[in-house]
Design a protein around this ligand. Structure first.
Ligand code: ZN
Length: 99
């Protein structure tokens, strides 16, 4: 099983490490995605967001690039949509929230 350092929310491919230690959401990295701002292990486990819910909100809010220092100069809707295609390369599920 190859774990890619791709954000399952927005498709950002420059995460420092894979967001979880396996496909089922174990051992989240607690990294905050530079692009969409999703924190693996927090926004899912504590805030109860699914990836698609968070993604929909993010897009509705104008897909702001979270960490300005990593923001591409030409960040726009077209680039965002291209990047979103990366989501299909990963098969993570969010960490389930506490019952
Ligand atoms: Zn992201």
């Amino acid at each position: 099983m190859i774990l890619l350092s791709i954000c399952p929310v927005c498709g950002y491919s420059d995460l420092f490490e894979p967001p979880y230690s396996d496909n089922s959401g174990s051992c989240p990295s607690f990294e905050v995605c530079s692009c969409c701002g999703f924190e693996f292990g927090y926004d899912d486990h504590n805030k109860n967001y699914s990836f698609s819910e968070y993604r929909d909100n993010w897009i509705t809010n104008g897909f702001p690039f979270y960490y300005q220092d990593d923001k591409p100069k030409d960040w726009n809707k077209q680039i965002m949509e291209l990047q979103l295609r990366n989501v299909t390369k990963v098969f993570y599920v969010p960490r389930l929230p506490a019952p």
